[in-house]
Structure formats: C-alpha cells, structure tokens
Design a protein around this ligand. Structure first.
Ligand code: SAM
Length: 301
C-alpha cells in the first residue's frame, strides 16, 4: 500500500488504512463472514496464501475479541513470502503445494482438525491468459487438497476463484465434498474483475476416504477413492452424454449500503494521506532502490 496514490480513488483502500488493515482485501473476508458467519464457532483456522496478512488480521480480530476466553483458538497463516508478525497468528513461510506444509500445520494443531480454511491465493501472472488460468486452478486444487486433509467434518472452506471457462467442473467437484457450495461476490471485490469467492459449507467427505498428500502423486491420484474421480474425462468419453451442469448459487454480499468498489467517491482534499499500515518485508524492487541510492542504477553503454 502506498502513501497517497489511491487514497482518493478507492474508498476500500482508504478505509483499510484507517482501520489498520494491511490490504483492502480485508473487506472481502469481512463481508463474506458477515453473510455466512463461518468464523462464529471457529477455533482452529488456517489462512493459506496469506501475505501481506489482511485476512489474518480479520481472523485475529474476530477470533480473539478481548472479552472472551480464547485459550483454545489458533490461527496459522501460510505464504511463500515472509510476513510481518500479527497478534495471535502463527506465520509460516512455506509453499501450500508441498506436503511438508501439511505436516507442519498438523503439528501446530497438535493433530486436531481445523474448523475453517481460507485461501486468497494468486500466482504471479505471466500475461499468457491460458497459462495464468491453469496455474490459478492448480493453486485452488492445492488449497483444496490441503483442506481435505486438515478440515473436520462439518468444517468450512473459502477460496478465491476466477470465473473462467472451466469453473463448472470445480463447482461439481466441490459439490462431492461439501454440503453446500456458493459462489459469492463481495461488494469490495471490483465488479469489473472476474474474481469471486467459492464458499463451501459443511465438509462431508465420502465415508472410508482417507486423503493422503504425496509429492509424487498427481491430483487425480489424490482424489482416487473419492467420488470426484468419477468426473474424469475418460469415464465420460466412451459413451458420452451431457452431465447436468452444476451451477453454484451466486450471491452478492456486503449489502447495498456498503461502498461500491467500482465507484469514485469524493474525498475532502484537505483529508491527509495516511501512511501504509505495514511496509513490505522484502519487495522485489528493493534491490533497484538500493542501486538507485548508491547512484549505480545506470548502465555503461
Ligand atoms: N489474503 C492476503 C491478504 O489479505 O493480505 C492477500 C493474498 S495475495 C492476493 C496472494 C498471495 O498468494 C501472495 O502473497 C503469494 O505469495 C501467495 N501465493 C501464491 N502461490 C503460493 C503458494 N504456492 N504457496 C503459498 N503462497 C502462495
């Protein structure tokens, strides 16, 4: 977050700074939880792809209100990037696609299951649309694999998705694992973006299915034994018939009274620009800044 650049244009950006959140995306989780209340009973919670940490801040504020007994509650936040500390959150610099990450979280929870898992994961984009969409889907599947190993029966899962061509397939797969699957668009998520959030309530895996993460096995192998495997293309092709399309319920949340993320609001020009809540820990432009400071940014020709 910069000091003033977007303060006047994007109300959520401004509000995030006013309320001490590291990123405007905090409002997406707040608006989702206000509608679905998945944090109400949560004790053990995992925030996947968590940096810079605004979702973890929301989790911390909602799970650790000052007045109640919070002794059993635990929040684990995982990201490839380092994160500055957040009250009541254990931060883990790790790759969510690696089985070792599952092992570490299980140890932190002392073998107990999680009640809620969220993933706001986004890979670095290449600009090659098909490749970007594929990598994003793989990241969602990795978050889902991890969640099937960590969630208790009845637990909830929320993940960012982009409503691309093949999203129906994901809805169908999730429908085999959760009692209710809803596609939700919070008011703070720009209407012009394909971004939405899949809200999966009531984890209910098939009986006798024991998910096992292994670095050498594919996603298909992982879901063997679970009904998701039945959706493989080979199974459909020999005697092709159209499966009924699985369309998840679509809900706009946040309420009409909340700010519209695509609108430009008039902000009093005398309102002072606010400093960023948290400076980046290790920004990719750090080296360039250092070279510039030492006057070594130029190249000899
Ligand atoms: N929810 C965060 C917040 O509110 O501050 C913002 C998350 S940001 C949009 C997406 C994050 O996904 C990035 O920090 C990136 O490092 C992380 N990410 C992408 N691939 C990952 C992976 N394989 N394992 C862990 N984190 C990953």
């Amino acid at each position: 977050m910069g000091k003033s650049s977007k303060d006047k244009r994007d109300l959520y950006y401004r509000k995030a700074k006013e309320q001490g959140y590291r990123a405007r995306s905090a409002f997406k989780l707040l608006q989702l939880d206000d509608d679905f209340h998945f944090l109400q009973q949560a004790v053990r919670v995992v925030d996947l792809c968590a940096a810079p940490g605004s979702w973890s801040q929301v989790l911390s504020r909602r799970l650790f209100p000052q007045s109640s007994d919070n002794s059993d509650r635990k929040i684990v936040a995982v990201d490839l990037q380092p994160m500055s500390p957040i009250d009541n959150v254990i931060t883990l610099q790790a790759d969510i696609t690696h089985p070792k990450t599952l092992q570490t979280i299980t140890e932190l929870f002392e073998g107990k299951k999680a009640d809620f898992i969220c993933s706001d994961g986004a890979p670095d984009v290449t600009g090659l649309h098909d490749l970007d969409e594929y990598v994003q889907q793989q990241l969602i599947l990795s978050a889902l694999q991890l969640s099937t190993c960590l969630l208790r029966k009845g637990g909830n899962f929320v993940a960012k998705i982009f409503r691309g061509r093949d999203i129906d397939m994901l809805y169908s797969q999730l429908g085999y694992l959760f009692e209710k699957v809803i596609c939700a668009k919070p008011r703070s998520s720009r209407g012009t973006s394909l971004e939405s959030f899949i809200v999966c309530l009531g984890y209910n895996p098939p009986a006798n299915w024991e998910p096992k993460l292994d670095v050498n096995s594919s996603v298909e192998d992982f879901f063997q034994g679970c009904d998701i495997g039945k959706l493989r293309l080979e199974d459909k092709c020999p005697n092709y018939h159209e499966e009924p399309r699985s369309i998840a319920t679509f809900i706009a949340c946040g309420g009409l009274s909340s700010f519209d993320s695509d609108a430009t609001y008039h902000v009093d020009t005398s309102t002072p620009a606010l400093d960023p809540v948290q400076s980046p820990t290790n920004p990719p432009y750090k080296k360039a800044l250092e070279l510039k400071r030492r006057g070594k940014m130029t190249r000899a020709i």
